[in-house]
Design a protein around this ligand. Structure first.
Ligand code: FES
Ligand SMILES: [Fe+2]
Length: 312
């Protein structure tokens, strides 16, 4: 997971500096003249948080003993000593895309994927949603349709139609791809019209999911979900709704609908173990869980063991 771009904040949360947690690390984000920097937030002197310090020109001054660091992360001055020493803050890879700031602790394996609906569609920002659950369990929940009739009764599912017809699922270079996932939905997008929807889900990165559903009128409702893994029991979901219809429906109405859906999921997610098992024999899988089974295979290949996050 250290070689993956992972979300740390929505772009508009970062004004000049912001403190975030990622993979149990404290990170300081700085925005200076259109550029973003990501450093360890711990001053190497006595480990105080640099985010509580202040900017002096293009330097950040630690709040505790006033040590100063430049935008390369290099220590430039120790007030009590009257000079500097050879000390550097840990610096991370950072980028801004999809209205989100992403950090990779080490050199990223791959750049972020292109999501074509991002251009030209109406975009509605949803979240951040704070869930006390394992991040991989949160992603798995977001690609699982067989819970719709139970957790999202009246919204995304109807208990009178619980059966999930066989769908197509594969693991390829793009990630986990599930197609022709058909679900009857009484209120599929907050606009209260029951219909069958045909879903496509794509796990594009270990904690980045895209889905799209299209109805008979060619109306497309897509979403991007990405999860910040703060710790094994701390997940923060950043999401975007992308739509090519309902331009007149107020944004708040659509966002409120998504907020309710996520709160329904959160209630159950917070009852699950904080560990996420890669070993499929630890849980039981049926046909509707094919996507989850492939997700485990994908993680095993791409991430391997990751005990710190309870991925075992
Ligand atoms: S802890 Fe930062 S200067 Fe001492
Ligand atoms: Fe759900």
């Amino acid at each position: 997971m250290y070689n993956e771009y992972l979300p740390v904040a929505f772009s508009d949360e970062l004004k000049d500096k912001l403190e975030v947690q990622l993979l149990n690390k404290d990170i300081l984000l700085l925005r200076r003249e259109e550029k973003i920097y990501a450093f360890s937030n711990r001053c190497p002197h006595r480990l105080a948080k640099l985010s509580h310090g202040k900017f002096l020109d293009n330097e950040i001054q630690c709040p505790y003993h006033g040590w100063r660091y430049n935008l390369e992360g290099k220590l430039t001055y120790i007030p009590s000593l009257g000079k500097s020493m050879n000390v550097k803050l840990e610096k991370y890879f950072v980028k801004e895309k999809y209205g989100i700031i992403w950090v990779s602790i080490k050199e990223p394996k791959e750049d972020l994927p292109e999501i074509s609906d991002w251009t030209g569609f109406r975009k509605i920002k949803c979240g951040p949603y704070y869930i006390k659950a394992n991040p991989f369990r949160v992603l798995e929940n977001l690609m699982d349709v067989s819970h719709f009739p139970f957790i999202h009764e009246g919204y995304l599912g109807d208990p009178k139609f619980p059966s999930i017809p066989e769908y197509d699922a594969k693991l390829n270079d793009e990630g986990v791809i599930m197609e022709n996932v058909n679900v009857y939905q009484p209120n599929p997008d907050g606009l209260s019209q029951g219909k069958y929807f045909n879903y496509t889900y794509k796990v594009l990165r270990p904690l980045l999911l895209y889905f799209s559903k299209i109805n008979e009128r060619g109306e497309i409702f897509s979403m991007i979900f990405t999860i910040k893994p703060e710790a094994k029991d701390k997940s923060i979901v950043y999401a975007w709704i992308l739509m090519n219809y309902a331009y007149d429906t107020p944004e708040e109405k659509i966002r409120k609908f998504e907020d309710e859906i996520i709160m329904q999921d959160k209630e159950i997610l917070e009852t699950q173990p904080y560990e996420y098992y890669l070993d499929p024999s630890k849980e039981i899988h049926v046909k509707a869980d094919l996507g989850s089974v492939l997700y485990k295979q994908y993680l095993k290949k791409r991430v391997g063991q990751f005990e710190e996050l309870g991925l075992i």
